[in-house]
Design a protein around this ligand. Structure first.
Ligand SMILES: [Ca+2]
Length: 474
């Protein structure tokens, strides 16, 4: 049976797992760095991404994709283990807990380990952020810190040329550095935006509001990060970047960011061309997503590390001639944690019990399908660290609930307020919805083992006695 037919049957649920395993499609995952969901051509005509747009337009666009955590290391450790940061332990910018729990103690397996055991050849090239990729399950690969990714894509090309001759199924996981700062794309990509008008979004501000929802540092503070430096409201003399920013300056930063995105876009186009000339394209599933978003001045912030859409929502699509859906868009709530179970499902490999995501197979079979009622993102961070402390969010079809440090809460109606400008937490007409979202967060906190619980507005919304006791003891 042809691989195309086998995968189609698998997606329709008509085929047994063992016979689908014979299909064994290749996987190429492009997991970029800091690419926010609005900065791609199909979501924003100012951004030039013809290659990404073409892949998305002829595949399945996942328009509501959220990362497990909007912090690079926590997000990456989450996608490889299929669990939230509070489960695997790397909750901030340090990979120490990941190394201890995954590499040393092997309390969690990883996606490349499981696929490797099932006969896949696995490789990671690019910005690992978790140490050398061969230490956490990849058969080959290396950490490459190349701001514009030429070396990463050169390794990818070599890999594909070799694998085309060997004929074994593979996972090629690429982690480009772009569009992460320093925003240093070659001049020809910057030139693409020389004359582009850059409208600022409705939630763009010169400086952030001094609210805990915007805190990008340790709990109890309200401080902001911009680029590699922590920038505080009373920054020391001589520290000149960070808020407040002028609109004119911000537009230049946005253009430089878009240039990085376009640079990556061209490399992805070349990669797909190579897949085709190597004869691999027909049996390969390509997935694109990013480790987190980027604020680009919205809400007055640089960087990420918040629960706002700019920070936790990323562009994502799945493209392959193997898939039965073409030119499809899904509004299902999707998590970066879903990549692990989806790849295993498509390869016909049983999933380990640690996984907290869902296979996206139902959506690949029918784009109107959903896989969950709510999706969660977290950046709770270790208290002794300077970043990533104190935010969690629950996102449903229409609403977002944020529990921030200091037990502050926000509630947004995304239908009427896509830019999250109006906090409705005190809106009496929404009390039922808010209680429902608090209950979702309770459920998730129990699942990840977080003892600190969200505030309780009314007795009927109270958590169970056991959880309440935990709360009191915090
Ligand atoms: Ca990142």
């Amino acid at each position: 049976m042809k691989p195309l037919l086998l995968v189609a049957l698998l997606l329709l649920g008509l085929e047994t797992r063992s016979s689908c395993f014979a299909a064994r499609p290749n996987f190429v995952v492009i997991f970029s760095d800091d690419h926010t969901y609005r900065a791609i051509g199909y979501n924003n005509p100012a951004v030039q991404t013809p290659n990404l747009d073409r892949l998305a337009a002829t595949g399945l666009r996942l328009d509501r994709a959220f990362v497990a955590s909007p912090i690079c290391v926590a997000s990456r450790a989450s996608i490889y283990t299929g669990t939230y940061p509070q489960r695997h332990g790397s909750v901030g910018l340090s990979n120490g807990a990941f190394t201890q729990n995954v590499v040393v103690e092997k309390r969690f397996t990883t996606l490349p380990t499981v696929l490797g055991q099932a006969g896949y050849h696995t490789a990671l090239y690019g910005k690992s952020h978790l140490g050398e990729p061969t230490t956490f399950g990849f058969a080959e690969g290396r950490e490459i810190r190349d701001p514009n990714d030429a070396e990463t894509f050169a390794e990818a090309e070599k890999f594909l040329s070799r694998e085309a001759k060997l004929g074994r199924p593979f996972l090629l996981w690429l982690t480009p550095h772009n569009p992460h700062v320093p925003l240093s794309a070659p001049q020809r990509f910057k030139d693409l935006y020389k004359d582009t008008a850059i409208p600022l979004d409705p939630n763009w501000r010169e400086s952030p509001l001094l609210q805990s929802f915007f805190n990008q540092a340790a709990a109890g503070q309200i401080a902001f990060r911009d680029g590699p430096l922590p920038i505080y409201p009373n920054a020391p003399a001589g520290q000149t970047s960070g808020p407040p920013r002028s609109a004119a300056n911000m537009k230049e930063v946005i253009k430089a960011y878009y240039a990085d995105v376009s640079c990556l876009d061209e490399q992805v186009g070349q990669l797909v061309a190579r897949l085709k000339t190597a004869g691999l394209y027909e049996n390969t599933i390509i997935i694109y997503l990013s480790d987190n978003g980027y604020h680009l001045g919205n809400h007055g912030l640089g960087n990420k590390i918040t629960m706002h859409e700019e920070s936790v929502r990323v562009p994502m699509f799945i493209h392959s001639p193997l898939l039965p859906v073409k030119a499809a868009k899904s509004n299902a709530l999707v998590s970066s944690l879903d990549v692990f179970p989806t790849l295993l499902d498509l390869a016909g490999v049983p999933a380990p019990s640690q996984l907290m995501g869902k296979s996206l197979r139902p959506i690949l079979a029918a784009p109107s399908a959903t896989v969950r009622e709510y999706v969660v993102s977290e950046c709770v961070g270790p208290p002794e660290r300077r970043v990533g402390t104190g935010h969690r969010m629950v996102r449903t079809d229409h609403f977002k609930y944020i529990l921030s440090s200091s037990d502050e809460e926000a509630f947004f109606d995304l239908r009427s307020d896509a830019y999250e400008l109006k906090n409705l937490i005190a809106e009496p007409a929404l009390a039922g919805e808010i209680a429902r979202h608090r209950a979702f967060l309770h459920e998730w906190m129990e699942a990840v083992g977080e003892k600190r619980l969200p505030p309780v507005a009314a007795e009927e919304n109270a958590p169970p006695a056991k959880a309440r006791k935990n709360r009191k003891s915090q």
